[in-house]
Design a binder for this molecule. Structure first.
Ligand code: ADP
Ligand code: MG
Length: 268
């Protein structure tokens, strides 16, 4: 669904520090990937490149389209993005208009637009908020509005750029439940974060470091790479840490990332 080959990028021409230094990454259609990277490792820059906000000459393919100016409109219609600070993104005075805004450049009638907005608001559970000013909502509700705005275009890819970092566990779980449902319907999900705990909700992990992909695999495989993750300044999720210790002592033979499953395994 996303294919990046040997991406090279630096903000300043004479800068010796490349943000990306031959970064290659392929994300399969229907995957649910957590992209982890320390702060400043280029995660948001990568999103800007995928959205065509930063132009690069390297080969990038999104679905069946090569990233270039003439394909940009079609590519944008495939990607829903949820950013870190919804307040900076909101352009409307009501939630209803905010969600409808994403549909404005698609040739749809007013009636079709409102039908779609209501349907999506109902789906993410914010129908009672449609008349509210999005800026006045709670952090969790703001993310749900952003999610609705992203989903209303029926995206094939959903990218979250540190969108959930500020949320409490309950709000996070609510959003991950919707993301999982979307993923089951075939939407490719890329959740970008510096919190490894969020990777437990997805299937695969990509670790970005030093301008390259350092690790890419299933969460069970990547979370075993304790040394590399710790060297990147990342803290292992509790169950991953526990699994590694229990595997060391021969009590477990594989990583378990589900609490009930862990309790059962130890009990045996
Ligand atoms: P992340 O999202 O992983 O925290 P960013 O992609 O925002 O990282 O930034 C990567 C690096 O690029 C950082 O060192 C940042 O300071 C630098 N950077 C980001 N935006 C710009 C810009 N517009 N001009 C120059 N440097 C930038
Ligand atoms: Mg960022």
């Amino acid at each position: 669904m996303i294919e990046i080959q040997d991406l090279i990028y630096q903000y300043e021409k004479n800068d010796l520090n490349y943000i990306f230094n031959k970064l290659s990454l392929t994300l399969e259609k229907g995957s649910f990937t957590t992209l982890i990277g320390p702060i400043g490792s280029g995660k948001s820059t990568l999103v800007k490149i995928l959205l065509g906000l930063i132009k690069v000459d390297n080969y990038i393919k999104i679905d069946d389209l090569v990233l270039c100016t003439s394909n940009m409109k079609k590519i944008r219609n495939k990607i829903g993005v949820i950013f870190e600070n919804p307040d900076e993104i909101f352009v409307s005075e009501t939630v209803m208009d905010e969600i409808a805004f994403s549909l404005e450049n698609q040739n749809k009638s007013k009636k079709e637009i409102w039908k779609k907005v209501e349907e999506i608001a109902n789906y993410v559970g914010i129908k009672p908020l449609l008349e509210c000013d999005p800026h006045t909502l709670s952090e969790g509700e703001k993310r749900l509005v952003s999610l609705a705005s992203a989903l209303v275009i029926d995206p094939q890819i959903l990218i979250l750029d540190e969108a959930l970092s500020m949320l409490d566990e309950i709000s996070k779980r609510k959003i991950f439940k919707i993301l999982k449902e979307c993923n089951e319907k075939g939407v490719t999900i890329l959740n970008i974060t510096h919190d490894l705990n969020e990777s437990l909700y997805g299937n695969d992990i990509v670790l970005l470091q030093g301008g390259k992909v350092l690790l890419h695999g299933s969460k069970e495989d990547v979370l075993k790479q304790e040394t590399k993750l710790k060297r990147a300044g990342l803290e292992l999720p509790f169950l991953a840490d526990l699994s590694i210790r229990l595997m060391y002592y021969g009590i477990l033979d594989h990583m378990i990332l589900d609490m009930d499953e862990m309790v059962n395994a130890i009990w045996k």
